[in-house]
Design a protein around this ligand. Structure first.
Ligand code: CA
Ligand code: CA
Length: 440
């Protein structure tokens, strides 16, 4: 049986060891033929990742995000149907939302993600993607109560229901575009194996696509943005933003650039990361089931006309189910800046991906014993990952930006551009200055 999604395999034995695994070889460079040197634009080194435990005790965590409301809270989706809150560094006992009574779980089904609209603080409602008891995909809106830490399970308004022909490949990601405020929805090809009804390439189907809808216009349940790529194309569903996806379990936007990164889970051989620049008008066809990664699927030759190939891929000697991640935009780790972190559910490997001119570099940065079910970010741009067994970790680099020190006679004025003394006396004292100079 082919493992095809982060949630189909039972969690591996939980070994609490991990080690940094800096692999100097650039493993995967696609588009390399049109690019010159495989070096990052910044010339910076790759980060040496460390994971810091945040909280444990969650039940099958599958999504991590924030509300963008200034509260600093982290929202963690538990697959059976609850959303938990991490507040002030602690996991609250009472859930933010509990809809286990209507969620079909588990395997690849369950409560799969939550997304907060722009200006959530004043709107007080949010969106979830879950599998109903019948197995169909449901996107719904819920409202918060007078207590900002408690949502009302009775406030549900169904936005969209998509029939699911098979139990697997349900996609599940929701995210608001940072540039357009529209809701993006990741839909898998419906399931089975090999997309037997060819749904991902069928423009009359919502399965095997990324959808883009406007849920904030005031018209319920939603409207199709007129700027969607196929609103005037006969035979195409207007909701379609991108086609040819197998199971985009996790996609995310770079909060700084609005570029879109998609982790599309492979069938039996290739796991891939797809990229869509913020300026794209949509309509990309990412190839499934014609292609698996950058390889023809089920044939030696195939027509690749009009298809968009991945910017990174790895074969099943390195994993079996990609977990799309996040671009780091935090302030604490300079070498992580702009790097897209993603992983594999089966091997626990974490990669970094970054552009180098017109080429891409993807490097193994860490090996873990975790079943990485998702990555996520907080309001400050810090990146986290979840072990499906129940724990959340913060990603960091051994090289951190030290907080600006309180001015003292020794450090004032800060000799930012002064050549460093050698050998370094009082290394601890000079470290903040070194880092400041490096960043500048
Ligand atoms: Ca399905
Ligand atoms: Ca593809």
């Amino acid at each position: 049986m082919t493992v095809s999604n982060p949630l189909v395999r039972a969690r591996s034995s939980h070994v609490w060891t991990r080690h940094a695994c800096m692999v100097p070889v650039v493993l995967l460079i696609l588009w390399a033929s049109c690019a010159a040197p495989a070096r990052a634009q910044s010339g910076a080194d790759w980060p040496q990742l460390i994971l810091t435990p945040v909280v444990g005790g969650l039940q099958s965590p599958v999504h991590i995000t924030h509300a963008g409301d200034g509260s600093g809270r982290l929202f963690v989706v538990e697959q059976p149907g609850r959303i938990r809150l991490i507040k002030g560094g602690a996991l609250l006992g009472a859930p933010f939302l509990d809809i286990r009574d209507r969620v079909g779980c588990c395997g690849e089904r369950g409560l799969l993600s939550v997304a907060f609209p722009p200006d959530y603080e004043s709107k007080g409602y949010f969106y979830v993607n879950y599998t109903g008891k019948s197995g169909d995909t449901i996107v719904a809106r819920f409202s918060v109560t007078a207590d900002p830490d408690v949502a009302d399970p009775g406030s549900e308004e169904i936005v969209l229901t998509v029939d699911q022909p098979y139990a697997n490949h349900n996609g599940g990601q929701l995210a608001f575009g940072p540039a357009d405020g529209y809701l993006y929805i990741g839909m898998g090809d419906g399931g089975s194996a090999g997309d037997p009804q060819n749904r991902a390439q069928n423009p009359a189907e919502l399965l095997g696509k990324i959808l883009r809808i406007d849920v904030e216009s005031g018209f319920r349940p939603y409207v199709v943005p007129v700027t969607n790529p196929y609103t005037r194309t006969v035979g195409y569903r207007g909701e379609i933003w991108a086609l040819g996806l197998r199971n985009p379990w996790r996609f995310s936007f770079d909060r700084q650039t609005a570029d879109l990164y998609i982790g599309d889970v492979g069938q039996g051989a290739w796991e891939e990361i797809d990229f869509q620049a913020a300026a794209s008008p949509g309509g990309e066809n990412y190839g499934w089931r014609i292609m698996e990664g950058s390889h023809c699927y089920n044939s030696a030759t195939c027509d690749q006309t009009g298809l968009v190939l991945p910017v990174a891929e790895y074969n099943h000697s390195l994993g079996c189910s990609v977990t799309g991640g996040m671009v780091y935009r935090g302030q604490d780790y300079p070498r992580m800046q702009g790097v897209y972190f993603y992983g594999d559910y089966c091997t626990g490997t974490v990669w970094g991906l970054r552009r180098a001119g017109t080429a891409w570099q993807s490097n193994v940065l860490l090996t873990t014993a975790f079943s990485i079910s998702t990555f996520g970010e907080d309001e400050s741009g810090n990146v986290y990952l979840a072990d499906y067994g129940g724990d959340i970790y913060l990603l960091g680099d051994v090289l951190a930006t030290t907080p600006t020190p309180t001015p003292t006679p020794l450090l004032t004025p800060a000799p930012t551009h002064t050549p460093l003394p050698s050998p370094l006396p009082g290394r601890g004292i000079y470290l903040p200055i070194i880092l400041k100079a490096w960043r500048g």
